[in-house]
Every structure is written in structure tokens, then in C-alpha cells.
Design a protein around this ligand. Structure first.
Ligand SMILES: [Zn+2]
Length: 411
């Protein structure tokens, strides 16, 4: 006997009937280049998704992006800041679920990027392509589930947020994403499952920082004693920063790249190093932040070290609300004859932001695969239908109010 009720069974039938078309759609989406701030591709992909969401009767809103801190490493100069699109569906009186999807991939557009199309393996079980799991497959899973809810007549309140800067820190869209979260009760992001198919229920947070050293330039042959080396000052600060790392306590500190000096016969007057921290809890985030700030030497004096930081992805420890939500999804998986074990990761995503904004959040309900951010990125094609079913059943049960969110949200 099936553990699914009649409406849930109908959802599965609708999704299975679409099985073959999902692969074609994914191939079309993967062929659209959506690397960092590549407006032609991002606009095309967003437009295509907005059209499908509009045919579900959604209201659509576009939010212009905010600028990023200018000291972050690897900032590409200029370029348009992509907007975030938000689609809202209102049906019934259940809680509202925010579904966070990112359109961007880490792959540059052709001709720089040779990895530009989806190709299916000889046995037809897997496919490779840029963004095939991270996260175009995940977006397809969510959209398919939402369309199935509509077709099967299951009423649900949901908001889909489509941003274009997750891979570069969500600086452009964080404010709009948090504003949307404030109107919702539950958060889901469509990141790929962990390598063994697990749902990530705990994540570290992440932050960026820069150490800048200011010395006094001098010619090494003529005026060596008048010079003050910025690279030497930076080196001491870098060692102090990396000495903070303590993996057992969950203090992760990495420094690099570094830059300093112009020629070997000049005492350098400026040097800089960029770093990344990871932390398991808000408390460790606080403590690490204070320690990194403490590397600054104050505004006067030579040499001088200055610190700037942006701890932009809060930690995502397992909260009571997220545990209940993960268990609801796990039960849905079991009722579908699937497995959904729980796991943890040091990686970060927009799920960190949704939970920090007060929503019980699961963030790896996308497809299964691997090789993320490499030219070997691959998807297990069968997971498109399986995960769309899981997504649809989970949303249907959330819409029925089966998740007790009392005491787990902002209140
Ligand atoms: Zn992703």
C-alpha cells in the first residue's frame, strides 16, 4: 500500500509523465552561459523562468542589486549588477515557503569557457555540463514541482527568488533576499545534494577579509635605513592571522593571495593579503571577527596594518526548526521509497542567509551529482524526477501546515 495520499500520487504521476522532457529542458538551460555578471545569458535565463512562473499566475517583481565592497579579491571592474527576480504565488492559507535559486554558475561564457554544453553519457545515466547540478538541475526540480502542484490542483503559498550572484557571495541580492524571507515562514534552497545524496542540515559560515600594510618606500642602495618594509609588516600580520586557525575548535583561517612590492631594490611601502574564514557557530564568528580586527595596529605609526572584513555568510547550525523541516522532507522521501540521510558541510550557500533571517531552512533539495565548479560537473539524470517528486510532496505537506513552526521563527 502506498504511503502517499491520492493528491500526492497525482503529483508523482504528473512529474513522471514529464520525465523525458526534463532532460531536454536542462540541456537548453545549460547551454545558456550564466557566469559571473554575464548579463546577456543571465537576462535570457531569468526571462525564460519568469515566463514559466507567470503562466502559473505568479506576480513577478525585480529588485536592483546592491554594490559589493570594493576591496574584495577578484572583483571584476564594472559590469552591470544583475537584479533579483521574485515570483509569488498565493493559494490557500498555509505557511509561505521561500525557494531560493541562483542563476549564476562559476563558468565564464564562451569563447573563454570551452565547457559550454550538456553532454549525456553513453549509458544515459549521467550528463556533464556547466551548472548542470549547481544549480540548473535544482531549479528545474523546483519549477517542475511547482508546475505539478498547479496541474494537480494542490494549493500552496510560495515565493521563488532568482538571484544571480550566489557564487560570488550574494552581495548584490542579500538585502532583497532577507526582505523576502521576512514575509515567509520556511526556507528551501535548491543546491545539489551532498555527494552521497544527503541533505545538508548543518553548515559553517564564511567571511572575507583583507590585511593591508603601509610602510615607507626607499631605495635599497641609497636610503635603506630610511625605509620601512610593508611586506615585512604584512608577513607578521599574516602569520598572526593563520596562527588563529584551530580546526578542532572550528576556527578556519586561510590567507592568500598576497601582493607587495614593485622591485627588489625598493623597500615596499604597501602590501596586502586577502583571506577567508569559516566558523561553525555565531559565537565563533564573533570571536574570530574580534581576533582578526585585533591584527590592526591603529591609524598612526609606520609600519601600520589595517584590516577590513565582511563576514557575509552566517553559520547555519542545526536549529530545532530546521531539524523538524529536515525530518518532514526525510519522511516524504521514505514515503516515496527514497533515502534522505543527513549530513554537514563546510560549504556555504544562500541557505545560510535564510536561516539567519529566521526561517527553518533546508538547502540541498536539488539534484544528485558531483564535480561542482569543475569542468567535470555531472548530474545523475534519474535524480531529476526523483527530486522533483520529493520537492512537490514536501511542498504539499508544508502547505497543509504539517510543519510546526511555532517557536522556531522570528515570532
Ligand atoms: Zn550553488
Amino acid at each position: 500500500m502506498s504511503a502517499l495520499n491520492a493528491a500526492e500520487q497525482r503529483l508523482c504521476d504528473v512529474i513522471r509523465a514529464r520525465g523525458a522532457s526534463l532532460r531536454e529542458t536542462l540541456a537548453q538551460w545549460v547551454a545558456i552561459p550564466t557566469g559571473h555578471n554575464f548579463a546577456p545569458g543571465l537576462d535570457q535565463f531569468r526571462g525564460l523562468l519568469v515566463d514559466r512562473l507567470q503562466s502559473l499566475g505568479c506576480g513577478i517583481e525585480l529588485f536592483p542589486g546592491d554594490p559589493k565592497p570594493d576591496w574584495l579579491y577578484g572583483q571584476s571592474a564594472g559590469g552591470p549588477i544583475p537584479p533579483m527576480a521574485v515570483a509569488r504565488q498565493s493559494a490557500g492559507d498555509g505557511p509561505r515557503t521561500l525557494i531560493a535559486c541562483h542563476l549564476d554558475t562559476v563558468f565564464p561564457p564562451p569563447p573563454t569557457g570551452a565547457f559550454s554544453a550538456m553532454s549525456i553519457s553513453a549509458d544515459g545515466r549521467t550528463a556533464t555540463g556547466p551548472g548542470v547540478v549547481d544549480m540548473k538541475g535544482g531549479i528545474l526540480v523546483a519549477l517542475t514541482a511547482l508546475e505539478a502542484l498547479e496541474e494537480a490542483g494542490v494549493r500552496a503559498n510560495w515565493t521563488m527568488a532568482l538571484n544571480s550572484d550566489e557564487e560570488t557571495g550574494t552581495y548584490h541580492s542579500e538585502r532583497a533576499l532577507r526582505a523576502e524571507a521576512a514575509k515567509c515562514q520556511i526556507g528551501i534552497a535548491t543546491e545539489p545534494a551532498l555527494p552521497d545524496g544527503s541533505l545538508a542540515v548543518e553548515r559553517f559560515g564564511s567571511g572575507q577579509f583583507i590585511l593591508e600594510a603601509f610602510g615607507r618606500g626607499a631605495h635599497v642602495g641609497r636610503d635603506f635605513d630610511k625605509g620601512v618594509s610593508a611586506t615585512a609588516a604584512l608577513a607578521r600580520a599574516v602569520v598572526a592571522a593563520t596562527d588563529l586557525a584551530d580546526a578542532e575548535k572550528g576556527w578556519i583561517v586561510n590567507v592568500g593571495p598576497m601582493r607587495g612590492g614593485e622591485a627588489t631594490n625598493v623597500v615596499p611601502d604597501y602590501a596586502a593579503a586577502w583571506g577567508n574564514v569559516r566558523f561553525p557557530t555565531p559565537e565563533v564568528c564573533e570571536a574570530l571577527g574580534r581576533a582578526i580586527d585585533g591584527l590592526a595596529t591603529g591609524a598612526a605609526g609606520v609600519p601600520r596594518v589595517a584590516v577590513r572584513r565582511s563576514f557575509n555568510r552566517p553559520a547555519k547550525p542545526l536549529t530545532e526548526g530546521t531539524r523538524r523541516l529536515a525530518e518532514l522532507a526525510q519522511r516524504a522521501a521514505e514515503d516515496l521509497g527514497q533515502r534522505l540521510p543527513f549530513g554537514r558541510t563546510g560549504g556555504v550557500c544562500d541557505g545560510n542567509i535564510l536561516q539567519d533571517a529566521g526561517l527553518p531552512t533546508i538547502d540541498t533539495l536539488g539534484v544528485r551529482g558531483g564535480g561542482l565548479h569543475t569542468t567535470g560537473e555531472w548530474i545523475e539524470l534519474a535524480s531529476l524526477v526523483e527530486r522533483a517528486e520529493l520537492f512537490a510532496i514536501t511542498l504539499a505537506r508544508l502547505a497543509e501546515g504539517r510543519l510546526d513552526v511555532s517557536g522556531t521563527t522570528r515570532g
